[in-house]
Design a protein around this ligand. Sequence first.
Ligand SMILES: NC(=O)C1=CN([C@@H]2O[C@H](COP(=O)(O)OP(=O)(O)OC[C@H]3O[C@@H](n4cnc5c(N)ncnc54)[C@H](OP(=O)(O)O)[C@@H]3O)[C@@H](O)[C@H]2O)C=CC1
Ligand SMILES: O=C1O[C@H](COP(=O)(O)O)[C@@H](O)[C@H](O)[C@H]1O
Length: 527
Amino acid sequence: MSVCNKNERGCEESLVLLRRSLKSANMASEGKNFEGNVPHIFVTLGASGDLAKKKILPTLWWLFRDSLLPANTIFYGYARSKLTIEEVREKCHQYMKVKPDEEERYEEFWAANKYFAGSYDKRQDFEMLNQELCKAEGPSKSANRLFYLALPPSVFEPVTVHIRNTCMGEKGWTRVIIEKPFGKDSESSQRLSDHLASLFKEEQIYRIDHYLGKEMVQNLMSLRFGNRIFSPTWNRECVACVQITFKEPFGTQGRGGYFDEFGIIRDVMQNHLLQILCLTAMEKPASLHPDDIRNEKVKVLRCIKELGVDDVVLGQYVANPNGKDEDSRLGYLDDKTVPEGSSTPTFALAVLYINNERWDGVPFILRCGKALNERKAEVRVQYRDVPGDIFNGQAKRNEMVIRVQPGEAVYIKLMTKTPGMNFEMEETELDLSYNSRYKSVKMPDAYERLILDVFCGSQMHFVRSDELSEAWRIFTPLLKQIETHNAPSIPYMYGSRGPKEADEMVKRHGFKYYGSYKWVESQKNHL
Ligand SMILES: NC(=O)C1=CN([C@@H]2O[C@H](COP(=O)(O)OP(=O)(O)OC[C@H]3O[C@@H](n4cnc5c(N)ncnc54)[C@H](OP(=O)(O)O)[C@@H]3O)[C@@H](O)[C@H]2O)C=CC1
Ligand SMILES: O=C1O[C@H](COP(=O)(O)O)[C@@H](O)[C@H](O)[C@H]1O
């Protein structure tokens, strides 16, 4: 995110543009009004927890600071711990990124915050919360209510029942935001979906996949459907393979207990990477209406067969004895919160095929891992070899890379004549790097966009229940095989690119890596 000094004119302008575009995008897509003058109450359930302090409260502050929320919004925190609002403030302060000239606004934000302690399983506590909310909204009873479940899945069920029975807005609407994990497999996910469907309408449920709030993930539709040049080649005739990658350069960092229950497939692949696959592969929707988009995503998923162990390479990181820091000198199994001898994968590569007219035979390779050599998330579309070669095999394949992070960029790797007197060829790129092209634009965080979308009533970037059920259909048999047979994970060194078997698998499925492409050093300085 670019640093924004509010006194800089360029930055102020970009904020105004951001405000306008976020609001108009939401209005245009569903024809709903941004209800700027209606009172809103945002309740964070689990306000004492990690997600709330690191993500949700900071996001609410940034939206409030930038005047992106309805003017009359009140924030409630709810959790079991008996805290004062000052204590909540203290806990999250280090994540709020308050600049010196924002102090006054920051005080206004906290003046609009309240905290209420209560259990997750007692109706009576929610009734008392409701009394508080009613008091805050006054006699008009017209406030819209948003409930964010920043909670462990074990309490989703009682909490949603109590919200439904005691805390629904009287005249205004009520929306519920939930975070993954949305179950652990088809069965548990279906149970949760049925439970939620028995309480709320689908348009009241906002399932967050924060990757759908990232700039370049949202850009996939604009790039594909707002340009003439890509669509004629976006198919099996021209594309050799598509790789969607997520890499993190750190391990579980003491979160191993949580991670071990899920593993990298549930943590990243079944949700973030599969959502990106859908946006990369889907047909053009009839309109920008969220249901038209989600209908197309579901169609893609329905064309993908269930995965089995032969379609994947699994890995688990081990200590790097020469690692620079303490974290890298610890393997996954050295994390004290990880059960002894666990074979849970921290790296996975899966090859999926979409059995439809556009993509038949084209491998979609999903790769994700922790404790790898770099932080990176990208979509890499590799084109086929040029037919009828007249350059004696010099031409390397084109690639279109949509880099989600770090440093948003779209670049196309292509061949050009080496400038000068000779007639050689070389690899180069057409490069749209955001940090040089859009210098003064303030890029909102994924959560900022998504939470604002909930205020606006736009479900375009949220996961619908049928998408979720298709996603679990694809991965559940694989997860069951891994768990029943305790499928081994190949050890890979902390800080490496993952197991070499993954590269071999990618090669077998037709991806060509040349190792000859050079990114010009001076351009790197823009990163
Ligand atoms: N606008 C910008 O900022 C631009 C930046 N660049 C930078 O230039 C650098 C090189 O570009 P890039 O597109 O990665 O091109 P490369 O040709 O270097 O890499 C292409 C792909 O091959 C993978 N790869 C690397 N080593 C191997 C291997 N031994 N076997 C199989 N696959 C391998 C890479 O990453 P992986 O390790 O994930 O498998 C990547 O998926 C990158 O750092 C990129 O960010 C380039 C163009 C524009
Ligand atoms: O959902 C998750 O995502 C994060 C990575 O998110 P990013 O926005 O920082 O790329 C990952 O670390 C975490 O394990 C996973 O649960």
